[in-house]
Design a protein around this ligand. Sequence first.
Ligand SMILES: Cc1cc2nc3c(=O)[nH]c(=O)nc-3n(C[C@H](O)[C@H](O)[C@H](O)COP(=O)(O)OP(=O)(O)OC[C@H]3O[C@@H](n4cnc5c(N)ncnc54)[C@H](O)[C@@H]3O)c2cc1C
Length: 379
Amino acid sequence: MNHFDVAVIGSGPSGASAAFHLAKNGISTVIIEKETLPRYKTCGGGFVYRGRKDLPFSIDSVVEREFNTVDVYLGKKLHFKTERKDPIITMIMRDSFDNLIVEKAKEMGVTILQGNKLKSIEHQSDKIILTTSQQTITAKFVIAADGALSPTAKMAGWKTDTRFLIPALEYEVKVSDEEFKRHVDEVRFDMDAIPFGYAWNFPKKNHLSVGIASARRTKINLKKYYQEYVQHIGLKDIISETQHGFQIPVAARTDGFVKNGVFLTGDAAGFADPVTAEGISNAIYSGMLAARAIAEADLNMSEAEKLYMEKLNEKLIPELKTGEWLAKFFYEQKTIRNLLLKKYGQRFSEAMADIFMGDRSYPTDIKKRMTQKIKELVF
Ligand SMILES: Cc1cc2nc3c(=O)[nH]c(=O)nc-3n(C[C@H](O)[C@H](O)[C@H](O)COP(=O)(O)OP(=O)(O)OC[C@H]3O[C@@H](n4cnc5c(N)ncnc54)[C@H](O)[C@@H]3O)c2cc1C
């Protein structure tokens, strides 16, 4: 069979989640993936609890570690610790994590075409023709879940890229057993470890994922800041470290998320959190929304497109807009931000933990609230 109701391009969390929910609703679905699975994906692999809530199956088999506490540092002076009953962040490796969701989608009846790179999309009156490196298939709908570079969006007519992509560098670091013991119990974020950005140290089962991201697209020597960070957290006895660099889209597209039966999800749409650059949970969520829209519309194209936009506008888009404003303030207005953090840092960290847990989203009146707090500080 080479005709499907929906062709999903990409088998990351957004694509696999979309495919799972489509097949669950009895919709014939194919995932087209250019790599051979399971594939490595450059990522810190910190999976926040709100994403876990959106997965209708256990991920226990791929959990590397779970952290009920998170430590946020600002330089050497400020340190905030938050704690929750359930794991705020679960550590996973993306090859096995993504593959687990794909396997769950497969159990639902999804066809997987791996080693198939999408090369072109052509619209005909009643179907979309997709040519891959291996074959041609047809579908009524396409879900673009092909990540930060999203060639599918380009092929489908998004001519300019209105997302904002930031550079990030991540290292898989193996250290001696003794050194590992010193770091294994703490998941930490260090604000300002790099100008306009942050660094992290995420302990996995047997190694550390250490990384650095800049919220600005200026020419910046990420490697140098990574090396400084390694010293800052006292990481010694390194046995090996492998470097991986990529981009994270931290501002959603401004020219729509759906066009002629092609739906953008996850990084292809620009749905990573603008403050933390955490993108797995919104990838899973947006994949689920696209699937639900298509299912609820009973494969009616204009209805599905309308429903997808409505679902995105319910929560995700307003949240991302507020996040974009907050990220600008947070990374660009350091003096006033640091004054605020001195006074309200613990409260801010608790709020971020609540967002990670999915217990609240960014307040839509954030500008007003921040202005009020700044006035209280200054006057
Ligand atoms: C250094 C770094 C660290 C990060 N750390 C974290 C973190 O700790 N926590 C977190 O939540 N987020 C993190 N992120 C962000 C997170 O990785 C992304 O937001 C997330 O992977 C987006 O998922 P996705 O499904 O949209 O796309 P991806 O996971 O990128 O999946 C896209 C898939 O599409 C496939 N593909 C691409 N082109 C084609 C084609 N032409 N044909 C067929 N298949 C194709 C790719 O092979 C890939 O499998 C990090 C990102 C980076 C760069």
